[in-house]
Design a protein around this ligand. Structure first.
Ligand code: AMP
Ligand code: MG
Length: 382
C-alpha cells in the first residue's frame, strides 16, 4: 500500500461520511448545503450528470474530478458565474482560469484559432494533462483570462469531467477546487475539506490519476514554451513538435512568470515544510540529522518521504507522523500522492515537515516545482 498511514487512495471511500446535504458552513450570513455525489458510472447516472450540467448552465459552481486534480467548475463564457470561482477560492483576480472542453469542437468555443503548434499538441496529447495557451475568442470574458487576449484550454481525460462538460454545453472554467494557497485536492474529501458549505455540489469520481496540475504550453508563437511543468514532460513535447522551451521564470528567481498563477504562494501545508535533496546514499543520514536537530529543539517532526526513507527513520519518527508516497524513484506515485500527503498533516500534531526532493527532470521537474512552492524555497542539500 502506498500510504500505510492513510493518506492514499484507500481513504477515498471515507467520502461517504459527507452524506448528501450534511455539510453546511456559515457563509455571508447564510448557509449553503453541499451535496457530495459519488459518480461510479456516467451512463447509469446520466440524470445526475445532466442536473449538474444544468446547474453550471444556470451560473452555479460544481466541483468535479479530472485526471490531474479536482476542478471547481463554472460556465466559462459567463463572467458572473466565473466571479463565483474567484470569490469561493479567494483567488487573486489577475490569475486567469483554464477552460475545459469535452471535445475538439468545443475548443473552438474558447479559442479563436488553434495554431499549427496547438494542433500538433492536441493530436499528440489530448485528451490529457496538457493546457494550450491560444488566442481567445471575444465571447470569453476578459475577467476569465486575466485581461489577456489569450485563453488556456484543456481537454480532460476523465469520464465524469467530459460528461459534465458535455452536459453543460459550454467550455467550463475550472481551477483547482481548493482554497487559494492550499494544496490542490486529489480526492472529493479534500475538496470538501476546503469547500463544503461554499459550493452546492461536489461530484466524487474517486482519486485523481496524475495528482498534479496540467502542463501549460504557450502555443501562440513558433516554438512551444512550457509555462508550468506537469505530467506531459518537456521531452514528450519536444518529441511531438520538435522543440520545447521552458519559461525562464521556472529556473530564474525574480523573473516574472508568463502564467500569472505561478507567482503566488501555492500548495502550502499548514506547517512549514523543508525539502531535503541529495544523493540516495547520503539522504537517510541527512534526514536523521535534520530530524534529530528539530526534535532536540522540542519540535514534533512529520515526514513526506519514500518507503526507503520512512523505514530508515522509523525508530525516531513514528508511522502516524510519516506520509509515504511510494518507492524511492517512483515519480508517478509521488506525483499522485503528493498533495494528499501534504493534507494528511492538516489534523496532525506536527510543528514542521521534512520532505524528500527528487531530480528535477521529466515528471520530477513538475514535482520539484510544486515542492519548492510548498516549501517556500526552504531546501537543504544532503
Ligand atoms: P489552476 O487552474 O489553478 O491550475 O491555474 C491555472 C494556471 O494557468 C495559472 O497559473 C494561470 O496563471 C495559468 N493561465 C491560465 N490562462 C492563462 C493565459 N491565458 N496565459 C498564461 N497563463 C494562463
Ligand atoms: Mg490551483
Amino acid at each position: 500500500m502506498d500510504f500505510p498511514q492513510g493518506t492514499g487512495t484507500e481513504k477515498h471511500d471515507e467520502c461517504r461520511i459527507f452524506r448528501q446535504g450534511d455539510e453546511t458552513r456559515r457563509e455571508g450570513g447564510g448557509f449553503m448545503k453541499t451535496t457530495i455525489l459519488r459518480i461510479r458510472d456516467v451512463t447509469a447516472q446520466a440524470a445526475d450528470i445532466e442536473a449538474a450540467g444544468e446547474l453550471l448552465r444556470a451560473g452555479g459552481l460544481v466541483a468535479f474530478p479530472t485526471e490531474t486534480v479536482y476542478g471547481l467548475g463554472a460556465n466559462g463564457l459567463e463572467a458572473s458565474a466565473c466571479a463565483g470561482i474567484y470569490q469561493v477560492k479567494g483567488r487573486p483576480s489577475d490569475n486567469p482560469l483554464i477552460l475545459h472542453a469535452a471535445d475538439r469542437s468545443m475548443v473552438e468555443m474558447a479559442a479563436r484559432v488553434v495554431t499549427p503548434l496547438g494542433e500538433k499538441l492536441l493530436a499528440a496529447f489530448a485528451p490529457g494533462p496538457i493546457t494550450l495557451i491560444l488566442p481567445k475568442r471575444p465571447e470569453v470574458p476578459e475577467s476569465v483570462t486575466g485581461g489577456f487576449d489569450t485563453v488556456g484550454v484543456r481537454l480532460p481525460d476523465n469520464d465524469v469531467a467530459r460528461a459534465l462538460i458535455r452536459a453543460a454545453g459550454v467550455p467550463v472554467a475550472a481551477p483547482s477546487a481548493n482554497l487559494s494557497g492550499r494544496p490542490s485536492p486529489t480526492t472529493a474529501a479534500a475538496v470538501a475539506a476546503d469547500l463544503s458549505g461554499r459550493v452546492p455540489l461536489i461530484l466524487d469520481g474517486g482519486p485523481c490519476r496524475f495528482g498534479l496540475e496540467s502542463t501549460i504550453v504557450d502555443c501562440t508563437g513558433d516554438r512551444a514554451v512550457i509555462l508550468r511543468p506537469g505530467a506531459i514532460t518537456r521531452d514528450m513535447i519536444a518529441a511531438a513538435v520538435g522543440s520545447a522551451d521552458l519559461d525562464p521564470a521556472l529556473s530564474t528567481p525574480n523573473v516574472p512568470p508568463r502564467a500569472p498563477g505561478m507567482k503566488y504562494v501555492h500548495y502550502a501545508p499548514k506547517v512549514p515544510l523543508t525539502l531535503i535533496m541529495g544523493e540516495k546514499a547520503r539522504l537517510a543520514a541527512a534526514f536523521r540529522r535534520e530530524v534529530e536537530k528539530r526534535q532536540a529543539a522540542g519540535k514534533a517532526v512529520g515526514l513526506v518521504v519514500s518507503e526507503e526513507i520512512a523505514a530508515a527513520l522509523e525508530d525516531i519518527v513514528p508511522p502516524p507522523l510519516t506520509a509515504i508516497y511510494g518507492a524511492q524513484g517512483d515519480l508517478f506515485a509521488m506525483a499522485a500522492h503528493l498533495y494528499e500527503a501534504l493534507r494528511y498533516f492538516d489534523d496532525k500534531a506536527v510543528d514542521v515537515l521534512l520532505s524528500e526532493g527528487v531530480v528535477p527532470e521529466g515528471l520530477g521537474l513538475a514535482i520539484m516545482n510544486r515542492l519548492q512552492k510548498a516549501s517556500g524555497g526552504r531546501c537543504i542539500e544532503a
